[in-house]
Design a protein. Structure first.
Length: 289
């Protein structure tokens, strides 16, 4: 089933459960995520993220993940404030906030897609370089001769050298659509791709998305003007589904981050996961007399 078909299936099958009044559950989750912030999260010694932090210091991966998830929930909470608290329902603005949350949370998932600190490190360093590149591009708008921040670039190169990663590798441009697609495929979040694409269209004023995200109230003058006039209004159901999809991506990113922050030797998994082979007592086992 294509992303487009998945979206329309959601529209038809989940209309009752995701009606406007049913969004309060999502609002409650968002409020809790925003309230807890980073308080309940720590990187445990010996965890995947702890190892990755050691490889990337002083550009600790956990700091980047925290920044991305803070960005994601900040957008969601702004939407909650707009819709639930202010009771304002704009036509396109909510989708800009949903897009921002989806993009930030998907980027965190893209970094964390493997439980291998070395792969996590490489992806994080890629984004660190892109951050410096974007900073230089922005600075050149006011100073055409501006270049990289030398101190920050030298520091990043030290981390790259320590991890045997060349500048040529992290220089390769990676489009955000690739990040979204990878996160959607790896973590089984198929609706996130189309949701992000439609929200991006809404944010940039691309008319094609209106058929998915808005309602059109037509005013027919019996063909006198030979034009169809009307008014675009917000589609409550489309907004509810888009918000729900964004919450699912954020929740998944939060779960994966927490999993990678725990020491696997302290989870009790070794007592619950059966071994694929039989373990026999060796001759080296000493027992008390």
């Amino acid at each position: 089933m294509s992303d487009r078909e998945t979206y329309f299936q959601q529209l038809t099958q989940r209309e009752s459960e995701l009606a406007w009044t049913g969004m309060r559950f999502d609002f409650n989750r968002i409020e809790e995520w925003h309230r807890s912030g980073q308080e309940s999260w720590k990187v445990g010694s010996g965890s995947v993220l702890d190892a990755a932090d050691g490889l990337t210091e002083p550009h600790q991966v956990s700091h980047l993940i925290g920044y991305l998830l803070h960005t994601a929930v900040d957008h969601l909470h702004a939407l909650k404030t707009l819709l639930a608290d202010a009771e304002a329902q704009h036509t396109f603005a909510p989708y800009t906030l949903i897009r921002g949350s989806l993009q930030a949370a998907s980027t965190a998932l893209w970094i964390l897609q493997d439980a291998d600190p070395r792969l996590i490190t490489r992806r994080a360093l890629h984004l660190e370089y892109q951050n410096l590149w974007d900073q230089r591009r922005a600075t050149r708008l006011v100073d055409k001769d501006a270049d990289f921040d030398e101190e920050r670039l030298a520091l990043l190169k030290q981390v790259l050298d320590r991890n045997n990663v060349t500048t040529a590798v992290v220089k390769k441009q990676l489009h955000v659509s690739e990040i979204i697609a990878t996160a959607a495929a790896v973590f089984a979040l198929p609706a996130s791709r189309l949701t992000w694409q439609m929200c991006s269209a809404a944010a940039h004023g691309r008319p094609w998305a209106k058929q998915f995200l808005t309602l059109f109230e037509a005013h027919d003058d019996d063909g006198i003007s030979k034009t169809l006039s009307g008014q675009l209004t917000s589609n409550q159901l489309a907004m509810a589904i888009s918000l729900n999809n964004a919450c699912e991506v954020f929740d998944k990113a939060r779960t994966v981050r927490n999993t990678h922050s725990r020491n696997p030797n302290h989870t009790g998994s070794s007592f619950t996961n059966p071994s694929s082979r039989l373990h026999l007592v060796t001759k080296r086992l000493f027992t008390p007399r």
